[in-house]
Every structure is written in structure tokens, then in C-alpha cells.
Write a protein that binds this ligand. Structure first.
Ligand code: ATP
Ligand code: MG
Ligand code: ZN
Length: 494
């Protein structure tokens, strides 16, 4: 790969190579092809969206030796000289560095002389808003009575700072921020051309970070190439962009779903240590909540962590949290500091999350009472075998310090001291005090969280199968094609 920075190397040379800005290109193309020319063009738009590039292409369109058109040849001496920055009749001025009136006077001194080489003498004035009042006046004089062979192309990020007298004499084109998908697509194209291997998701991250600027996108791509060497991965890119890991979001949500206010604040403080961009954190949060919401409908598509979170809150709660995060993101610029803003968003979610039921333990819960074991279980920090064991138990008794579970005799082989200790520890962590656990073997029929879940799944499956069997369209398809319904393929979804 060459050492030239990508943004310079990949400057669009013709309209067709521009990304986005379709509305501007369409108008310019029509005007050029119909020889409807104007003596002053103004390109506005935020940084790195193509103003200067467009100005240079327009200069080629106007001066190409094959004639005025929207598709300059790019091979004639004029086109080549313009691209090399060596064309006498293209006078590029960076107003940011030439703001004094003498500069502009000097610049416009030669305006009345005909072009040296080209059809038109073109003044490309970048950062026009930086000109002084006097310079604007000098420019205005020329714009009021422009010599026929002179064309002005003005570019600015801040058109509000141009005098109305100038604005009114220019044909104005507003360039837009380039959408993320189009940036990502262009990055993909450039990586292919440069033979750089990359993960698509990494390019999307880079495109998002560029915030609409194609130049910024190419600079972060340059950085990513330096950072990741020959393969741009999502993980490295995330690390490079200093974007916070999804893990942090998972921990925040876990604390929120467990209604653990202290843990939530601790996690926020932890996160704040990494001085993240809280707008980006909210964006990640929104994306995770969206994934959770989808996982509640189609659990099989989710990653393990998302699937686990999806069981800890109701779909209505996720909808509410999403809305809160969305509004929080909108209002973030209004908050005293981004950290305050973010903290309030999380605390608002906490305020709307109903407290988990068994947060205080009654002195003794009798077996006859409807027990809350399945809910309690989801709040314990258990996974793998210890979770399976607990999910196969039913709660018999619970006192201030003791939990007594029952396990049916056919599951006895699962029982071992390590797993009991693990569950005991999870209970102690949850209640924030030492708890003692005993598990008794029973030959009686017991109701366990796992059984409940299986029964619920079976009921859902039965109702799904029923509704498919009774569906009119399905009936028609079965009749027309002489088909039979493969009931094994029906899956119940949450
Ligand atoms: N619309 C675009 N399509 C393709 N590449 C673009 C586009 N806009 C910018 N670029 C890339 O960014 C680089 C810089 O673009 P350009 O100088 O035209 O932006 P600008 O709008 O003039 O920015 P500034 O306001 O900072 O002067 C180009 O060389 C090119 O690589
Ligand atoms: Mg520019
Ligand atoms: Zn040409």
C-alpha cells in the first residue's frame, strides 16, 4: 500500500466517483450538459463532504479541451494539469490563510485579463466565510459585474457568515452529510482496491465514527490500518475507537434488571473512568436493548448474553427503557455534563423498573405459600451445571439464613458439594448475607422452574400448532399442493 493518505489518494476525479450528494450532482450535470452556466457557485456543507473535490471536478467540466460537459475526459493536458494542481487558470485560494483585504485585491487584480490556457479563469475560494469584510467587498464588486470568462466557485462550512449580498449572487448547493451506509460501502470499495482485508462490521463502526464526513472516515480507516495491520477486525476497531465494550452495557443492564441501584451506580462510575463518549454509550445501549427485544421474540438468534438478559425483563420494560434511552440521547447536549445526563437516564430506567419481589425475606415462608423460586432463580448469578441443578429443585422452606430445596430422586446424580456451595454462594451474594443451603431428595412430585418452563413451552407449542393448522392460507396450500404439515418444524417463540 502506498504511503499517501487515503483521503488524498481517493479524491473523486469525476461526478460518478462522488459518494452521496446525488441531488447536487443531478442539478450540476443537467446545467453543464445544457450549457447553462452561472458565474458564481457556492458549495456549502460540513467538513469532508466533498466541497473542494466538487469544485475541482467542476473546474475540469468547464475547461476540459473536449468541451464543456458533465464528464470531462480526464486525459487532455488541461484535465491533467487541474488534477496535478498546476493549471494557471484555476486559482485556488484558502481564505482561512488569506483574509486580509490586500490579499483579495491582489487576487482579483488580474480578474479582467482573459484566461491564459483555459476557456475560463476559475477562482476556487475555500473557507470563504473567513474573508474579512473588506475582502468580501472587493469580491462583491467583481461578482456584481463579472467578466464573462471568469467563474467563481466558493466553498464554506458556514454560509451564515457570508454577507447576504454575496449569497444572493451565487448559485448555492448544499452538500449533505454522507449516510453511514454509503460511507461504509465506500470504505469497503477502497479496502478491496487497496487489498486490505476487513470485517464488514468494523467498517460500519468506522463509518459511524466519521459522523457523516467522508474525509474523517478515510482518516480513521488510515488509523485502523496502522492499528490492526493486515486485518481490520471489529474487536480491534472498537478498541481503537475507544468505544466501550458491550460487556459494560451488559453489566449495566444486569444491575438494572436486578433493581440493584448501588451496583448500577458503581457500574456507571466504572464506565466513567474510561471517559467514554456517552452519546456513543447510549447508542450502544439502544442497540443492545433492540437485540434483547428481538431475542424475546426469536431467542434462537441471540448471543448467550443477550438471550440471558432477555429473560430478566419483560418486553414492555424493554420498550420503556428504549424510549427512555432515546429521549436521554436527544437531551444529552442539554445536561450539565454528559455523565450527569447518562446517570439520570439509567436512574430513570431504575425508577420505572418494579423492584424484584423477594428483596426482603419474610421470617419464614411456608411450603403452602405460592413461592417465588423461579423469579429468585433468574436473579441469582448462576450458570451451567449449578443453574441446571437449581432449576431442577423446588423451594421447600426459606428463613432469614436458610434455604431448603427439594430435588426429585431421579435427579440425585446431579448433586455434588461443589454445586451446592456454588448455589449457596449465589444466594448469599444476592441477599448480601451468609445463607445456608440444604437440598433434600424427595420421591414426591415437585414443581420446579424447569418443569414450569417446559410446561409453558409445551402450551405455547400446542397453541402455535393449533393456530397454524387452523390458518386459512395454510389450509389452502395443503389442499393445492397435496401437502402435509410437518408439525416437528413448528417452534414456539416467546
Ligand atoms: N462526497 C464524497 N465522495 C467521495 N469522497 C469524498 C467525498 N467527500 C469527501 N471525500 C473524501 O474526502 C477528501 C476530502 O474531501 P473535500 O476536500 O472535497 O471535502 P470538503 O467538503 O472540501 O472538506 P472541508 O470542509 O474540510 O474543506 C477527498 O479527497 C475524498 O477522499
Ligand atoms: Mg475543502
Ligand atoms: Zn479533459
Amino acid at each position: 500500500m502506498s504511503h499517501q493518505v487515503l483521503a488524498r489518494k481517493w479524491r473523486p476525479r469525476r461526478f460518478e466517483e462522488m459518494v452521496g450528494q446525488e441531488h447536487v450532482l443531478r442539478m450540476l450535470t443537467n446545467a453543464l450538459n445544457n450549457q447553462r452556466l452561472h458565474h458564481a457557485y457556492l458549495f456549502t456543507g460540513t467538513r469532508g463532504v466533498g466541497k473542494t473535490s466538487l469544485g475541482r471536478i467542476l473546474a475540469k467540466c468547464l475547461n476540459c479541451e473536449t468541451g464543456i460537459s458533465a464528464s470531462p475526459c480526464l486525459t487532455c493536458p488541461t484535465c491533467l494539469a487541474i488534477e496535478a494542481g498546476k493549471f494557471f487558470d484555476l486559482i485556488e485560494v484558502d481564505a482561512a490563510s488569506r483574509t486580509k483585504v490586500e490579499d483579495t485585491r491582489e487576487l482579483l487584480e488580474n480578474v479582467q485579463y482573459a484566461a491564459n490556457q483555459g476557456r475560463y479563469k476559475i477562482y476556487l475560494i475555500d473557507e470563504t466565510h473567513m474573508l474579512s469584510t473588506h475582502s468580501f467587498n472587493a469580491l462583491l464588486k467583481t461578482l456584481e459585474e463579472p467578466p464573462p470568462h471568469v467563474i467563481f466557485i466558493l466553498a464554506t462550512t458556514d454560509p451564515k457568515r457570508l454577507p447576504i449580498t454575496i449569497l444572493s449572487r451565487c448559485l448555492q448547493f448544499n452538500l449533505k452529510r454522507v449516510p453511514v451506509e454509503q460511507i461504509a460501502h465506500q470504505l469497503q470499495f477502497i479496502c478491496e482496491q487497496e487489498k486490505i482485508s476487513c470485517e464488514t462490521s468494523a467498517l460500519t463502526l468506522l463509518a459511524k465514527a466519521a459522523d457523516g464526513s467522508m474525509r474523517d472516515a478515510l482518516s480513521v480507516l488510515d488509523q485502523a490500518i496502522a492499528f490492526c495491520h493486515d486485518n481490520i477486525t471489529e474487536a480491534d476497531t472498537r478498541e481503537m475507537l475507544g468505544s466501550i465494550e458491550q460487556d459494560a452495557i451488559f453489566r449495566l443492564l444486569q444491575a438494572l434488571f436486578a433493581h440493584d441501584g448501588k451496583k448500577l451506580l458503581d457500574e456507571i462510575a466504572e464506565l466513567a473512568n474510561q471517559t467514554p463518549n456517552f452519546n456513543q454509550v447510549l447508542e450502544e445501549l439502544l442497540s443492545t436493548l433492540h437485540q434483547i427485544s428481538v431475542a424475546q421474540i426469536v431467542p434462537s438468534h441471540a448471543t448467550d448474553s443477550v438471550a440471558q438478559l432477555a429473560t430478566l425483563a419483560s418486553p414492555e420494560e424493554i420498550q420503556l427503557f428504549y424510549q427512555i434511552a432515546l429521549i436521554g440521547r436527544r437531551d444529552l447536549p442539554l445536561t450539565p455534563t454528559p455523565l450527569h445526563g447518562f446517570e439520570m437516564v439509567m436512574l430513570r430506567m431504575l425508577a420505572f423498573k418494579p423492584a424484584a419481589k423477594p428483596s426482603t425475606i419474610p421470617t419464614e415462608i411456608e411450603n403452602k405459600m405460592p413461592l417465588s423460586w423461579p423469579q429468585l432463580l433468574t436473579q441469582l448469578n448462576l450458570s451451567g451445571l449449578s443453574y441446571s441443578l437449581a432449576a431442577n429443585c423446588s423451594l421447600q422452606r426459606m428463613t432469614e439464613q436458610q434455604v431448603e430445596l427439594a430435588l426429585s430422586a431421579n435427579h440425585e446424580p446431579m448433586l455434588n458439594k461443589k454445586l451446592i456451595d456454588r448455589i449457596e454462594q449465589a444466594l448469599s451474594e444476592h441477599f448480601k448475607k451468609p445463607m445456608q443451603l440444604t437440598i433434600q431428595i424427595t420421591r414426591n412430585e415437585i414443581n420446579t422452574p424447569l418443569k414450569e418452563e417446559q410446561q409453558a413451552q409445551a402450551a405455547k407449542l400446542a397453541s402455535a400448532t393449533d393456530s397454524i393448522k387452523n390458518d386459512d392460507s395454510v389450509q389452502k396450500i395443503l389442499n393445492v399442493f397435496g401437502a402435509t404439515l410437518d408439525t416437528d418444524s413448528i417452534k414456539a417463540i416467546d
